[in-house]
Ligand binder design. Sequence first.
Ligand SMILES: Nc1nc2c(ncn2[C@@H]2O[C@H](COP(=O)(O)OP(=O)(O)OP(=O)(O)O)[C@@H](O)[C@H]2O)c(=O)[nH]1
Ligand SMILES: [Mg+2]
Length: 1002
Amino acid sequence: MDEYDEYGNYLGEDLEEEEEELEEEHGNGRFVDDEEEGEEAPRENGANSTAIVLHEDKALYPSASSVFGDDVEIVMDTEEPPASNKAKPLLPKEEIIREKKRKPLEESEQDRFDNFVSSNPSLIRNVAFVGHLHSGKSSLIRMLHRKKNDNEAKAEKTVNVRADEKALKISLKLRPVTSACADSSGKSFFVQSLDTPGHVNFSDEVECALEVADGAVIVVDVVEGVQLGTELAVDALRRHRLLESTVIVLNKMDRLIHELKLPPGDAYRKIVHVIDTLEGLFRRHTAEGEDLVSPRNSRMIFASAEHGWCVSVESMALLTVPKDRAPRQDNLDKLVSLLWGNDSYYHPGTRSFSRSRTSNEHKRSFEHFVLDPIYKIYAHVLGADASTLEAALGPRLKLTKKELQMDARPLLKRVFSKLLPSATGCLVDSIVRHVPDPSVNLKNKLRTNWKGSLVPDDVGMSQGPLLVHCVKFIYPGDDPEDILDVEEEASLSFGSEVAFRVLARVYSGTLGAGNAVIVKESVGAEEEEDDTKGEEEEDDSSGRFTIRAVRMPSRGGGEPCRSVQSAGPGLLVLLSGIDSFISKSATIVAVSGRGRSPATIAGRFAQLKLFRQIRLKPTVKLAIEPLVPAELPKMLTGLRALQRSYPSLSVQVEESGEYVLLGSGELFLDSAMRDLRERFSKGTEVKVVDPFVALRETVQAQSETMVNGETPNGKCQFSLIASELEEKLVEDLESGYFSKKLQNSSLDKILKKDYGYDILASRSVWAFGPETTSGLNALVDDTLMENKDKTLYPAKEFISQGFRWAVREGPLCGEPVRGVKVKLLDATLVGMEASSAGQVMKTIKKMSHQAMLRASPSLMEPVYAFDAIVADTRALGMVRRSLEQRRGWWPDRDSLSVVPGTPLHRFRGNLPVLDSFGLETEIRLRSRGSVFPQMYFDRWQMCPGDPLDDSIALKPLEPSPPDFLARDLVIKTRRRKGMPESIEGANVLDAQVLKELATGGK
Ligand SMILES: Nc1nc2c(ncn2[C@@H]2O[C@H](COP(=O)(O)OP(=O)(O)OP(=O)(O)O)[C@@H](O)[C@H]2O)c(=O)[nH]1
Ligand SMILES: [Mg+2]
């Protein structure tokens, strides 16, 4: 009794041990030997079955002999079944091991969710939201990822969190927002949205988003219709092969009702017009334009992000069907096809559809089923008093008194949230249906983002080889409240002064914190691989580093990004610890894995060349220097960070010591400078020179005389001339169309077929420059030497290098050359071996410059296309005056077009980039914010004036007359770059030329 206390609780020795001992006895003594069991069984089953039987004597299961009889021989197969018959484990072995290792860690709900998503790519959708400026992309993302209990202030923290984004009310940076979103049936998908800026200056951010997205949502303002931003977005989608995985949102539907006050019939026509224009845009790139842009399939969503609703024809059709009688999909499709089209009418009396309107009562079915219900809600909420609204909503949709007294906007949101089963369900439905999951789209992505053909079979699996694509640097302190993130990131970063998180997409394998990886910098789309670069050299360019943290982008609303243990294929993640080893974008592969040597893993991807699609042409330059020279190192640190943060920004150092930022426009450079001053080089005073523009040098004729020259040692002599390269060829080279042709045919065939070259000429094009296959200048071999093979061809590489050098920095002011053909007419290479490569290159560079200076050299300046929506003639007049004052122009016809169904006009013109500085601000101020012009690079045009005319005297602080512009630009650029003002070889009557003319070129 001493073993129990007064409450009956056991105090004695541990019983577990006794129980274990008992269990051992059971195992050893009773259930192993069937025969023994058989002997004892009758005792239990016998007549005296009520006798007490000890537990260990009980036979719980009948023996084999008692079931089959003693005469049946029982044979037990103890061999393992063949491998194929074995039940497959639910998780692969590695996964099981990893799971076991993780077991001791306490898994939170969130971790379990992350692991689940990681191993189920079919539930992931990576989608970029693209479209024109202010079409409502950020508002839609905010609505999609908003949780029910988020208040307005919390929802505001999802996108546009930077102070300048808030002040300007536009998005400036790409922002990933991820969360589980439910479709209309309540099933959740992990939607990873990428909010992109609509301003054309920031198209590079759109390109980054499309590099990792599997599909896109094009957002169109239904009132303003298809705009410049929409056109550029469709073109970008074509380049990224994402047109077929696009969802279209016609946003701002509410504006048709309360701003334009269009009756439903006219609203229908307006919508048709927008859809037709969009279809035309798609048709330019794909034959399936009609299918891709049609409300008949669920690709098209009608929305008002402002009032919190999205509908599709299908979702409205489903509202007409009782909830308990869900139609079959084929019946639903039939109904949906009846709800759209000019020739589909609904007869309310007979509840039937017809192809023609037989009475005034009959409405187009789209109007009846989609527009009318929405119009009615607006009419009741905006127009009538609370009592009629209550009556209209009926007893099932009760609003409280407090709700009925709300302002129009929140009340509309509340009413729609009660009426529609889910605010964003139909948008998620469309995304899930039309944007492929990452595993399905893998091949398409590899085809688009990789050069080279080697794609191992197991790429894409979570146990496959690691392959990760890093596309964008994201500053953790974009939201001023994230100051802790900045500090944390700095502690994780490896030696970089400004730490970034790197947005990456896992293509294959599983990436976890602590993984050692190889980081390979990406090849630019226009950069050519240097032919002379060997495999080994390339391997050296990649380093081995450790990933310090892997995070999932948050869903916004002020929530921080979550650290995850590992991320599987298809996920977008933010990586820490490797930012200082990447300059713009990179590929990550594993150092080692599962018994394979590091060399093998890296070797498998050696031929995979990741490249960027960004084809922006930066045209605006800004020269900066620190006010206090001692602060230069601090400014340089800031510039390095800036180059990471802005994908298309490049920084050049001039000979004068100035640092020149090269960007796509004024707002782009404004934003970059703000970041430099307020974040990346805080405290450094930076001096800024007036912005100027990128220029191009070209020629307008053939060289007047041949240029003869020889290497300094006198062993090699050359003769060459320069002339214009065919304009069509230049344009195709510039647009990348030529490179595409080159993939399917040989150079000489293309030149012969498409550009009118004869057989000999087409075979003589040696090189394009400065880039090997996409440069805008050509080197042509026009020599008549008999033994070319023996003497000329060994020097071909050096001559080509000299030519590329010459066209990289032209003779006028060291700017790149565009559209020049350099013809090698004669070459004597007796002592080639004795002449170093450097001598040949230098001589060819100098001679090419002289040949260009004798071929009417000219300067080209960039020109913007100008696009703006104007509300009235006053605004139009103001815009035209502003353009006129700045050398702008517009065609008489086609410059102005009515935006159908609205009092708005779309105005299009052109103006030189040089005169565009300050125009955007000026127009916005003068129009009180109603006109928001968009300007993007359109083409290069000749600068007026002769750049070599040294009779022109430039007066300081006085603008030069327009005719002197070329000379003015050349001199100012030379001064800025620290070059002498006189151009070497510019005077065609120099001593050498005079001698040549006198001797007839001998
Ligand atoms: N009337 C109305 N206004 C809207 C709607 N959606 C967005 N807006 C307004 O349009 C403006 C721009 O919205 P955003 O969501 O920032 O547009 P955006 O496309 O992200 O803009 P950028 O990223 O700068 O190109 C804001 O003032 C919104 O309030 C809508 O459905 N109806
Ligand atoms: Mg936005």
